[in-house]
Design a binder for this molecule. Structure first.
Ligand SMILES: NC(=O)c1ccc[n+]([C@@H]2O[C@H](COP(=O)([O-])OP(=O)(O)OC[C@H]3O[C@@H](n4cnc5c(N)ncnc54)[C@H](OP(=O)(O)O)[C@@H]3O)[C@@H](O)[C@H]2O)c1
Length: 311
């Protein structure tokens, strides 16, 4: 089958198209023929070699951890899924990722693709959507009536977080460049802050939850505006500083996404009810050039919503 792989760490030119063996099907897995995948910053962070201590994999590595497509084979112990089912998933983090025509995925990670969106839109959801969901609800304990600040609302994770927070009845404040404010208001932001012009830490106070998708000084400054004692910060761009947590009396968690098909199904239900709509900022074809261009865009740190790859 065709895949786009890396055979050593480095720049986007390391992404090369190759014929590779088809995936091997496990007993509790299905094979999905891919219709679409999406780009996440982990793809180019891994490509550069920044994560090699955590993910010490052999080459070639197939990057990509989002898929939407059709099941073509099921393992001997799979009971809930059938050939022909239209599905999407955040596959397990292995070196056999989703920049490939066929991918083996564990059955517990699958969810039914929402009927009302394209495969491309579906492929934009799993990694970013599950991250936003777990940050806000499993870790952030966000509830109706609370105020949440989403740092980086215009990004892949941020555009889901804004919509999820709105869906449960929270007051949503978010930081983004001015050009993205109209979009963010449309998808549910009550207040937008242009971080180029205004200092959020001088403008806001008493925030129940800050969801940090940016890190660095943005994370550090966030402590100043969280509610003392009950306020919390959830970051997906650690490391987090426990001293600041203690100094400001604000809970702090640095999290990693935990792939989960059941939770993805809840997001799919919101999408089918039109409570949530994926925001696709750019689309590229599945090819060496398409993946290289998609990585270049993601690496700008200013992509809007999600970048998808169609097969
Ligand atoms: N821990 C985990 O499990 C996990 C999971 C998913 C992602 N992540 C990490 O989380 C980060 C975000 O991921 P993503 O997919 O959302 O990335 P992304 O789509 O590439 O984020 C791009 C967005 O960041 C915004 N941005 C850049 N600098 C900003 C700033 N100073 N303040 C506010 N917004 C700013 C840009 O908005 P403007 O153009 O409007 O400035 C742009 O829309 C990445 O570092 C990723 O690796 C971690």
């Amino acid at each position: 089958m065709k895949a786009v792989v890396i055979e050593s760490y480095g720049g986007k030119d390391q992404l090369v198209e190759k014929e590779v063996p088809a995936p091997v099907l496990g007993n509790k897995q299905v094979i999905i023929k891919s219709e679409a995948t999406s780009i996440n910053p982990i793809d180019w962070k891994l490509r550069e070699g920044y994560l090699k201590n955590d993910m010490d994999w052999k080459f070639p590595i197939i990057l990509g951890w989002d898929i939407a497509g059709v099941i073509t084979e099921t393992g001997s112990e799979v009971t809930d899924w059938h050939v022909g089912d239209k599905v999407f998933a955040r596959p397990d983090t292995t070196r056999f990722g989703t920049y490939a025509e066929y991918v083996a995925v564990d059955d517990y990670l699958l969810a039914k693709k929402p009927e009302n969106i394209s495969y491309a839109a579906a492929a934009s959801v799993p990694l970013a959507g599950l991250t936003a969901y777990q940050a806000l609800f499993d870790h952030g304990k966000l509830e109706k009536g609370q105020t949440v600040l989403i740092q980086g609302g215009a990004g892949g994770v941020g555009t889901f977080a804004v919509q999820f927070a709105k869906a449960v009845g929270a007051k949503v404040i978010t930081t983004a460049s001015k050009k993205n404010h109209e979009l963010l208001k449309k998808i549910g932001a009550d207040e937008t802050i242009d971080y180029h012009e205004e200092n959020f830490a001088e403008k806001l106070s008493d925030i129940d939850l800050i969801f940090d998708t940016i890190g660095g000084d943005v994370q550090k400054e966030s402590f100043k505006i969280a509610k003392k004692h009950t306020g919390r910060i959830v970051t997906i761009v650690g490391p987090a500083d426990p001293d600041l947590s203690e100094k400001y009396d604000v809970a702090l968690e640095s999290i990693w996404l935990n792939p989960d098909g059941k939770q993805l199904q809840k997001i799919a239900d919101w999408i089918e009810k039109r409570i949530v709509t994926p925001v696709i900022g750019a689309s590229f074809p599945f090819s060496q050039q398409g993946l290289q261009d998609a990585h270049a865009l993601s690496e700008t740190h200013h992509a809007v919503g999600k970048i998808v790859i169609t097969f």
